[in-house]
Design a protein around this ligand. Structure first.
Ligand SMILES: Cc1ncc(COP(=O)(O)O)c(C=O)c1O
Length: 388
């Protein structure tokens, strides 16, 4: 039996997207900037996808800029705002951002920008009052992750963006893990910039989008042909974008049924693991991504397991889970996210994440729980395996 429980790392491309992409690759491969019929067919696909992605946010279609994925969208938001200024200014992020925000911001810091990384509490939540006091006259951008990929915590985005707007700075949120799972309405929230990724919502890898509120000025990352309203030069990847579009449309249609189903499965998994000694939930149990379950793992004797040890053992049993966020799981370093939440270095190496999706069933949860308990019991008496 094979069970994939790593839907936060990536999701399987849904069949509707694959079918459309195959058709586009075979028949509608034109360059959307070309004026002839081949180009115009591609341009129609591009604009249809823009409408589909925009609807996921209740946004006008012209606010959607297609990119290669969440990483590029985040970089375009951060660097695109920063490059408006000839002298370094102040930027605020949380201390639990994805590396696709943390790294470009680190670069800005090297270039002389002032950076405030807001502390989070033990559940990974930013306190809006701390944002209020961190704002400075030269704060030009606040970027806060909407749903944290490693520990599942949802930030109080409405409060954070309202405080930022009242101050007059721009507000960006990385909504890569949230889009398609929870409703987002940019007409209701003063969000200036918002990042999306296709492969987190059953579209293909290699496509993403940045929502850019009308009036927000960005300097593009690349020079080139001026595609995407001059904000992202380069011929658009029409097959991937078309797949992203249909995946976004179907996610929006299915959310009313799929999100409560995921929450139910999430709770089933948390409940069934509640009595397992040594599994301590991480993140906010209630303000949480619907599909996200995460723990730090200790043995009953108090020793700490490496999350990677668990991932390997579960993989041998046919179950795909993850240790912290996928991008960090190649190296055994304490998770910066858990460290920011106050975990000691040893515990911050013991995070595991099980993320559920469209194909996850109640039976998968039962099987996973049984296997995880067995793996933990098998590992417990072998101290050499417990070394972090
Ligand atoms: C919160 C968050 N932001 C950004 C990214 C990067 O997205 P992409 O893989 O599309 O570049 C990820 C991917 O794991 C993510 O979880």
């Amino acid at each position: 039996m094979q069970i994939y429980l790593d839907y936060s790392a990536t999701t399987p491309t849904r069949p509707e997207a694959i079918a459309l992409m195959q058709k586009v690759l075979a028949e509608q491969w034109g360059n959307p900037s070309s004026l002839h019929a081949w180009g115009q067919q591609a341009a129609i696909l591009l604009e249809r996808a823009r409408v589909q992605v925009a609807r996921l946010l209740n946004a006008p279609s012209e606010t959607i800029v297609f990119t290669s994925g969440g990483t590029e969208s985040n970089n375009l938001a951060i660097m695109g705002v920063a490059r408006n200024y000839t002298t370094p200014q102040h930027i605020i992020i949380s201390s639990v951002e994805h590396s696709a925000i943390a790294e470009p911001v680190r670069l800005l810091e090297q270039w002389g920008w002032q950076v405030t990384r807001l502390n989070v509490d033990s559940l990974g939540r930013v306190n809006p009052i701390e944002l209020q006091s961190a704002l400075r006259p030269n704060t030009v951008l606040v970027s806060m992750i909407y749903g944290q990929s490693e520990v599942g915590t949802i930030q109080p985005i409405a409060q954070l963006c309202e405080i930022t707007r009242a101050h007059g700075a721009l507000f960006h949120t990385d909504a890569v893990q949230v889009a398609g799972r929870l409703a987002i309405d940019v007409q209701q929230l003063p969000i200036d910039l918002l990042s999306l990724s296709s492969h987190k919502l059953y579209g293909p890898q290699g496509a993403g989008a940045l929502y850019v509120c009308p009036g927000v000025e960005l300097v593009p990352l690349f020079g080139g042909g001026g595609q995407e309203s001059k904000l992202r030069s380069g011929t658009q990847a029409i097959p991937a974008i078309a797949g992203f579009g249909i995946a976004a449309e179907l996610a929006a249609q299915e959310m009313a049924i799929e999100t409560p189903r995921l929450i139910h499965l999430r709770e089933q998994l948390f409940d069934q693991l509640a009595d397992v000694a040594g599994l301590v939930p991480t993140g906010d149990r209630w303000n949480r991504l619907p599909h996200h379950v995460s723990f730090s793992v200790h043995s009953a004797g108090g020793e700490i397991f490496s999350g990677k040890t668990l991932v390997r053992q579960m993989n041998l049993a046919g179950i795909g889970i993850s240790a912290g966020s996928a991008c960090n799981s190649g190296k055994l370093v304490p998770s910066p996210i858990l460290v920011a939440m106050g975990y000691c270095d040893r515990l911050a190496k013991s995070g595991i994440r099980l993320t559920l999706g469209r194909d996850t069933t109640g039976a998968d949860i039962d099987w996973t729980v049984m296997v995880l308990k067995q793996v933990l019991a098998r590992l417990a008496p072998q101290p050499t395996l417990l070394k972090v």
